[in-house]
Design a protein around this ligand. Structure first.
Ligand code: UDP
Ligand code: GLC
Length: 395
């Protein structure tokens, strides 16, 4: 089967990193078409995944756009649509990985007569999106997609609550190659030396810098922890959240934590950095659709504490394979950090257990097989009724 993957972003967010693992096994039978240039293209090239950037101008529909803005942006989308339709005719299936990709993918699926699959990486609720965006996403998925792959039960539930057809959905978690997260002791020591964090109790936060990712919760918690507790904040403001970055630096200065917080920016050595931490924190203040960083911490054997909402609840069982805290509560987070600092053995046992379970539960080969089976199933139809026989599908 030949698949045309569509993604609106040139930046490597979680949805894009997930897509990379799904596209890889298809080799030359896949093309990832991006609506923007950027580091994600380079990452795909490094993995020898065919990639093409279709639009050079960013598309101006924001998560909170109203109908007028959405319609206006259609003018921008038209040339892109033409390119996608032409490309789609060379592939058996269109696989939309983001919301703007769904808009273009839905129209292209009709014009090129190719079935559409939508990989839903978002919680479609008013906490995350405007009413217009919600309506557009759900309506297009209902009418044009043969299959909606939700990245968690939480994303699937929100889709259905927003009016999405349950019979279209399947839940598939992100997959990971666990061997990429097994870091030798000498490499961990070297990373700690490079960061000048030897002998400290290091709490890591690995997310793009954005208000709902809640880095400010960790900083506030840190002020309630003993001085040997240090934080590393890994990630950049991927979507222009410069005000938030400034607010974080101000918060650090105000609390006198300059020597205990390091901003490392975007990094490509996540497993090494996670393995060098004593605890990884996930602090999203709005429900996290899935939460790759939670699973990655588990695979590194580093204890993880996550905000109890959305997909995180499906990944973590409190006191069994990690810890859960109420979203937006720095006191609770400080309590968990202090417990992890004192109860080293119990925490290590929890982390070991988490590593074993996560490497089976999120195994990339198994997950890719699940997706392949879904794509070959009778569910995949052109909008309307026609079932596509991929053996015969040709331009
Ligand atoms: N990540 C990265 N470099 C960074 C910060 C994050 O490669 O500096 C990766 C991280 O390891 C994870 C992804 O970005 O795989 C973020 O995915 P997640 O699902 O946690 O959140 P998202 O940003 O997609 O909402
Ligand atoms: C999105 C979500 C994140 C999820 C990722 C991969 O970026 O925000 O929670 O882990 O997609 O599915």
């Amino acid at each position: 089967m030949k698949i045309l993957f569509l993604d609106q972003s040139g930046k490597p967010g979680g949805a894009e990193l997930c897509l990379m693992d799904i596209a890889k096994p298809y080799g030359d039978r896949a093309l990832v078409a991006l609506f923007a240039d950027g580091d994600f293209k380079t990452l795909l090239q490094q993995q020898q995944i065919p990639v093409e950037v279709l639009a050079t101008q960013p598309i101006n529909v924001q998560k909170q756009s109203n109908l007028l803005q959405a319609l206006f942006s259609f003018k921008q989308l038209f040339p892109l649509l033409i390119k996608v339709v032409k490309l789609a005719k060379k592939y058996d299936l269109i696989y939309a990985n983001t919301q703007k990709a769904l808009v273009i993918g839905a129209l292209a699926s009709v014009l090129a007569r190719r079935p559409l699959v939508y990989h839903l990486h978002d919680i479609l609720s008013s906490e995350h999106f405007s009413q217009t965006n919600l309506r557009v996403a759900v309506t297009l998925a209902n009418f044009f997609a043969s299959l909606v792959i939700a990245n968690s039960q939480a994303s699937q539930t929100a889709f259905v609550q927003a009016g999405g057809k349950p019979e279209l959905t399947a839940i598939v978690y992100n997959g990971f190659a666990s061997n990429n997260y097994q870091i030798p002791e000498d490499e961990i020591k070297q990373t700690q030396k490079d960061l000048d964090i030897q002998g400290k109790f290091v709490v890591g936060h690995f997310s793009r810098l954005a208000p709902w990712k809640g880095q400010h919760i960790l900083i506030a918690a840190l002020a309630q922890c003993p001085p040997q507790v240090t934080a590393i904040l890994v990630g950049d403001a991927l979507f222009g959240e410069q005000d938030y970055v400034q607010a974080l630096h101000q918060q650090v200065a105000k609390l006198g934590l300059e020597n205990r917080v390091k901003f490392l920016g975007f990094r490509s050595d996540i497993p090494q950095l996670m393995a060098a931490c004593n605890l990884v924190t996930h602090t999203s203040t709005a429900p996290e659709p899935f939460g790759r960083v939670i699973v990655e911490a588990m695979l590194c054997g580093t204890p993880v504490v996550a905000a109890k909402a959305g997909g995180a609840v499906e990944l973590v069982e409190h006191g069994v394979n990690g810890f859960l805290i109420t979203p937006g509560e720095p006191q609770e987070l400080a309590k968990v950090i202090n417990t992890a600092l004192q109860e080293i053995e119990i925490t290590a046992t929890i982390a070991d257990y988490a590593r074993n379970i996560a490497s089976q539960r999120f195994d990339i080969a198994t997950i890719n097989q699940e997706i392949a089976q879904l794509l070959c199933s009778g569910k995949i139809k052109l909008s309307g009724t026609e079932v596509v026989d991929f053996e015969d599908a040709q331009d």
